[in-house]
Unconditional design. Structure first.
Length: 280
């Protein structure tokens, strides 16, 4: 029973830890957007609703830009869905149609309020390139970011800006992508609730097995004790001389109990028997 008590203590401790872990996961999912800070590998910044930013996007007539989402793949026929907590990758293509060089300086992205793109929700990292594109040439820039898991289930405006300049020093800021996207939650692993259920189920199964083992062990001890008492009673009734037979194996004791026993005769009976035999 001491071993069973120790195991029960560890099993209860495991269940309590699992409950605390699941509660921590739920608490993290219920955080407010305003409490979000930096995401790993990103520059996070929150701008309140009181701050507005004017749209100063402008593009050169001698440049064409395109965007291609490689992770996840976007077919342009529906709303773009970005997985929360997973990396998002896309390529920006730039074509120089003019007669002078362009310098691709940087590429940045941000989440905006879906109802008004002037309201910023989060700024992501700015990738600096300073890549020169000759006339009649093209270039491709790669960019990636990770949407926060706290944004799951909400729509946001995704704004991707390409900053470049020409040889005259004129700067351009073109919105390569400026549409509403949906942040979705991907169930590609075990969440806190599932882990808790598995741990709880495993603990219940182990407790049931240990309890069954203890029950069978106690029943076996009772059966052996009953058999020992029965053997002692049988040996006591047929053992008038109180001989100790405990050291004998059970097979020998069984043969002794089953073998026929001749009744003992007194000396007078034996003498009378011999006298009767001599007279014949």
């Amino acid at each position: 029973m001491k071993g069973f008590s120790i195991f029960l203590f560890f099993a209860v401790s495991t269940i309590v830890l699992a409950i605390n872990g699941a509660y921590g996961v739920y608490a993290q999912e219920d955080e407010n957007i305003d409490d979000i800070v930096d995401v790993e590998g990103e520059e996070g910044s929150i701008i309140t609703d009181e701050e507005t930013v004017e749209d100063t996007s402008n593009a050169s007539a001698d440049a064409d830009t395109t965007i291609l989402f490689t992770k996840p793949i976007y077919n342009m026929l529906s709303t773009l869905e970005l997985p929360a907590g997973n990396i998002v990758e896309f390529l920006v293509g730039f074509i120089n149609k003019g007669e002078s060089d362009f310098v691709l300086e940087s590429l940045d992205a941000s989440f905006r309020y879906a109802m008004d793109f002037n309201f910023y929700i989060q700024n992501f990292s700015t990738f600096t390139f300073n890549k020169v594109v000759k006339p009649k040439h093209e270039a491709t820039l790669a960019y990636s970011f990770i949407p926060s898991e706290n944004f799951a289930g909400r729509p946001f405006g995704l704004n991707v800006n390409l900053n470049y300049r020409d040889t005259n020093g004129i700067s351009y800021n073109e919105a390569v992508f400026n549409e509403t996207v949906q942040i979705i939650e991907i169930d590609d692993g075990l969440d806190g609730e599932t882990i808790f259920l598995y741990v709880f189920l495993a603990a219940c199964i182990i407790l049931a097995l240990v309890g069954g083992q203890q029950l069978l062990s106690s029943l076996g001890r009772k059966s052996r004790s009953s058999t020992t008492r029965k053997t002692a009673v049988e040996m006591g009734t047929s053992n008038p001389n109180n001989v100790d037979y405990d050291w004998l194996p059970k097979e020998v004791l069984n043969r002794i109990n089953k073998s026929p026993r001749t009744p003992k005769q007194s000396p007078r009976q034996r003498k009378a028997k011999r006298t009767a035999g001599s007279d014949d």
